[in-house]
Design a protein. Structure first.
Length: 330
């Protein structure tokens, strides 16, 4: 096991242990302390790669949409903004022809109509895309792609460990006590809608932000941030001028300090910053989904192509032997 993989596993286990011991406190501290550093550094990294978009002006428009969305009170309209931005980014970054873009647009229109007709679906998607889907589903996709590209069994084992950690929290939820009541109240205020959204999605009435769900959110958020930081040597997000790195560190510290100075205004600022980084990452997420689909398709084709090739080879060999046999006397 490489040292980086060992650190990776250690941080994952540390996040899991903390999620069991202090889930309510960990969720808020991870979001407030680790979050800003992740947002600023990833936006910087995406900027150097033109946000995986054909023009950086589109990224500016996405940032404006994110700020406006942070001020929207209507859950359905907020969900429409998130869903629409994701579809547009997928069309721009993950399609390679006009036909693919048109097909994707038609599928998106059909899905939008289904969500609109079901009433609360747009609100549900608006809650889950920037929370659980962003911090857990896309994190898992990037982990799978990394393991696939490297061909590393250790990284494949890290993917399994991540899934097992989530399953452990869901099946064996912690019984942690609330140590800082104010943290739990603020967490309920700002993440309390995730429980009902999951309940509507899976048809589980009465699902709330209990200890189980809080522990899950605390783990996936903390690991999402840590996973970004430990990939500095892989994706080289630190390979920027020192002045920019210092500015990002100062901005991150200021964002955290702003929250503790005035948590209501600070959370609004962090929400806008978080949404900006999420929407700017949508093109990369869509591209990763396409790459994952290509990898799965390639693996399936390789699995079934080998037996077919072997069968064809045996058939050709048998035909060749048959043609070499001398004719039977009549």
């Amino acid at each position: 096991m490489r040292s980086n993989d060992a650190i990776h596993l250690g941080l994952m286990l540390l996040a899991l242990a903390a999620a069991y011991l202090v889930p309510f406190e960990l969720l808020l501290l991870a979001y407030v302390v680790l979050g800003p550093a992740h947002y600023f550094t990833e936006i910087s990294w995406l900027h150097d790669r033109s946000y995986y978009l054909p023009h950086r002006g589109i990224a500016a428009a996405l940032a404006v949409v994110a700020v406006v969305a942070a001020l929207i009170d209507n859950a359905s309209w907020f969900g429409f903004a998130m869903w629409g931005a994701l579809v547009v980014c997928a069309m721009l970054a993950a399609t390679v022809s006009a036909i693919e873009s048109m097909l994707l647009f038609m599928v998106a229109i059909a899905l939008s109509a289904i969500m609109y007709s079901s009433g609360s679906s747009l609100a549900v998607i608006g809650i889950l895309i920037p929370t659980l889907i962003h911090v857990s589903v896309f994190t898992l996709i990037f982990m799978i792609l990394g393991a696939h590209r490297s061909g590393s069994r250790v990284q494949g084992a890290l993917v399994v460990a991540y899934i097992v950690a989530i399953a452990t929290i869901l099946l064996l939820p912690p019984a942690a006590e609330i140590r800082i009541a104010s943290f739990a109240r603020v967490g309920q205020d700002y993440f309390g809608n995730v429980g009902p959204a999951l309940g509507r999605l899976f048809g589980v009435p009465g699902l709330v932000l209990d200890t189980r769900l809080t522990s899950l959110l605390a783990f996936v958020y903390t690991y999402h941030y840590l996973n970004w930081f430990i990939k500095a040597d892989v994706i080289r997000w630190t390979a920027v001028p020192r002045a920019r790195l210092a500015a990002m560190a100062a901005a991150s510290a200021a964002a955290t300090a702003l929250y503790f100075y005035d948590y209501a205004f600070g959370f609004t600022f962090l929400l806008a910053l978080s949404l900006i980084h999420i929407l700017l990452e949508f093109p990369l997420n869509a591209l990763a989904l396409r790459q994952l689909g290509a990898a799965v398709r390639g693996a399936v084709q390789a699995r079934y192509a080998s037996p077919v090739a072997a069968s064809v080879a045996r058939s050709r060999s048998a035909s060749a032997k048959s043609s070499k046999r001398p004719p039977r006397p009549r």
